[in-house]
Design a protein around this ligand. Structure first.
Ligand SMILES: [Zn+2]
Length: 254
């Protein structure tokens, strides 16, 4: 199926996000706590009592497209998180280590607001790529947690900035792989700008994700890595992402 058909057939009537706000505490949202940790995203106003988790978009074609996308990402990340949508009017997406009762053996969960997805898919031709990029970013957080990179990146700065930029790097690699497989040329800067135009400049906020420019640079760097080496494992990609951050921000080589 070509990309335009894929988008028109599956994403046209409904659209979905990233972790743009990420300012609430995990415990406050009922998504973290003693046995689970919120890894990305979630607006402060998202409380467990408001959180209406569902397993369908209400559109069978879109559900199939999302399921197919999750399976492709599982192959790169070698992880099987559960995937949920929520219907609340909060535009966000996030990853959590929480395992919900329906999928007790999952590698955590990725949760995506339908409102955000709708907004992203409505952006036109590259809307599907933005959604895939957001999913890959959230997969990246679950990978970081399980591999130790989450703690490692978190120690680098008082904000979550480097955790986020590292996830963006892995997402960029995935986008390169996805469109190389489809044979379609993708303009990664266009995808990045559509994804990160909601970026933030709250440099001192603990939830600062990096500026849109910083996030675009990291997504592009991951994408370029794929162009130079198309067969890397997720461990190798993550290590390159770490090295890139150390080089750009801490002037370290190697
Ligand atoms: Zn994130």
């Amino acid at each position: 199926m070509d990309r335009r058909h894929f988008l028109n057939a599956t994403f046209a009537s409904i659209a979905t996000t990233v972790c743009p706000h990420c300012i609430g505490s995990a415990a406050a949202q009922g998504l973290g706590g003693a046995d689970a940790e919120l890894l990305c995203g979630a607006a402060s106003s998202l409380r467990s009592s408001q959180y209406n988790r569902v397993l369908t978009t209400g559109n069978k074609n879109l559900d199939r497209a999302l399921s197919s996308e999750m399976k492709k990402q599982q192959k790169l990340y070698v992880l099987r998180p559960a995937f949920y949508l929520f219907t609340d009017k909060i535009k966000n997406a996030f990853a959590t280590t929480k395992k919900f009762p329906e999928f007790p053996t999952s590698d955590g969960s990725i949760v995506y607001g339908i409102e955000l997805m709708k907004e992203q898919l409505a952006r036109g031709y590259w809307g599907g790529a933005v959604v895939a990029g957001v999913l890959a970013h959230e997969y990246g957080h679950i990978y970081q947690y399980r591999s130790g990179y989450f703690k490692r990146m978190r120690k680098l700065h008082k904000t979550v900035k480097f955790v986020e930029l590292h996830a963006d790097y892995m997402s960029g690699y995935y986008i390169g792989r996805k469109y190389q497989e489809s044979g379609e040329r993708v303009n990664v800067r266009t995808v990045a700008s559509a994804t990160y135009d909601i970026g933030d400049y709250h440099y001192n906020s603990p939830s600062h994700h990096g500026t849109p420019v910083e996030r675009t640079i990291m997504l592009k760097a991951g994408f370029d890595l794929h162009n130079s080496n198309r067969n890397l494992s997720i461990d190798q990609i993550a290590a390159e992402g770490y090295r890139t951050i150390m080089k750009l921000y801490f002037k370290k080589r190697g």
